[in-house]
Design a protein. Structure first.
Length: 81
C-alpha cells in the first residue's frame, strides 16, 4: 500500500478538509482534518478513521497508523511551519 492509496481510502470514508499521510508501507502517520470529528473524543475519531480502512487493518495491510485528528476549527488554530 502507498501513502496515496491510504489517503484515498480515508478520504473516501470521511469528509476531509485536509489529509496528509506519510510512512514506509507498514507504519504510517496521518494528519486528518474533518468536520465529522466535531463533538467526538479522540478515541471515537480514531475509530472513525479505522472504520474507513475496514479489513485492511484486520488483514495487517496497514500494520500501524499514528493519527492526529482535528476539526476544521482546531486545525485553523494549529501553528504552521
Amino acid at each position: 500500500m502507498t501513502a496515496e492509496e491510504l489517503q484515498s481510502l480515508i478520504a473516501a470514508g470521511l469528509p476531509c478538509e485536509h489529509i496528509e499521510v506519510t510512512g514506509d508501507g507498514r507504519h504510517w502517520a496521518a494528519v486528518i482534518v474533518s468536520p465529522a470529528f466535531e463533538g467526538l473524543r479522540a478515541i471515537k475519531r480514531h475509530q472513525a478513521v479505522y472504520g474507513t480502512l475496514g479489513q485492511r487493518i484486520q488483514n495487517d495491510e496497514v500494520h500501524a497508523l499514528s493519527m492526529k485528528t482535528f476539526t476544521p476549527a482546531e486545525w485553523a488554530g494549529q501553528p504552521r511551519n
